[in-house]
Every structure is written in structure tokens, then in C-alpha cells.
Unconditional design. Structure first.
Length: 123
């Protein structure tokens, strides 16, 4: 008869070796992951600080945009008031031109009369 007891131990020993090798590989992998995670800690900390600074910058930008919105409204109001002033000045200039027209005509008539008197009297 064949002794089967020796055959059963060999695959068991091989399985134990494989399991031991897998455990060592897993331990090495965990060690590598621990190193990677440890090196990521400062990077994540810096990223957290940068995001905090970005939040503060975006808040200031939002405040600035709000101020610009308010200022734009005020500038529109000033522009409207300036347009009203320009319209009034334009009307005043039109009235001035109308008022000066008879004076200019009178001046021309008086000059013409004076020139006629000079030419007749020889002055």
C-alpha cells in the first residue's frame, strides 16, 4: 500500500509557505501605503491652508463685486443728472441765441447809420 500521510503534509507545507509569503507581501504593502500616506499629510495640510486662503480671497472678491454693483448704480444716477444739466445748458444757449439776434440786428443797423452819416459828412 501507498503511504498517504507524507503526501498530505507536502501540500500543507506549500500552502503555509504561500500564506506566509502573502502575509509578508501584505505587510510590505501596508508599510509602503503607510509611507505614502505619511508623505501626503503635509501636502494635504498645505492644501487645506491654500483652500482657506482661497475662501478668504473669494469672500473679498465677492465684497468688491458688491461694492462695484453699488458704485455702478451711483454712476448711472450721476450720468442721468449730468444729462439733465446738459439739456438745461442747451436750452439756455438756445434762449441766449434768440435774445442776441435782435441785438445783433440793431447793432448792424446802428453801424450802417453811423457809416452813412460819416460818408455824407465826410468824417
Amino acid at each position: 500500500m501507498v503511504d498517504k500521510s507524507s503526501r498530505g503534509t507536502r501540500p500543507t507545507q506549500q500552502r503555509l509557505r504561500n500564506l506566509a509569503q502573502a502575509a509578508m507581501n501584505a505587510d510590505q504593502t501596508v508599510g509602503q501605503l503607510d509611507g505614502v500616506i505619511s508623505s501626503l499629510r503635509p501636502t494635504l495640510s498645505d492644501l487645506n491652508t491654500s483652500i482657506g486662503n482661497l475662501d478668504a480671497t473669494l469672500a473679498r472678491l465677492n465684497d468688491t463685486i458688491g461694492s462695484l454693483d453699488t458704485l455702478a448704480g451711483q454712476l448711472i444716477e450721476v450720468g442721468d443728472r449730468l444729462n439733465a444739466v446738459v439739456d438745461r445748458v442747451d436750452k439756455l444757449l438756445g434762449l441766449g441765441e434768440v435774445a442776441v439776434t435782435p441785438i445783433a440786428a440793431t447793432e448792424n443797423a446802428v453801424r450802417g447809420a453811423i457809416n452813412a452819416v460819416r460818408s455824407r459828412t465826410g468824417i
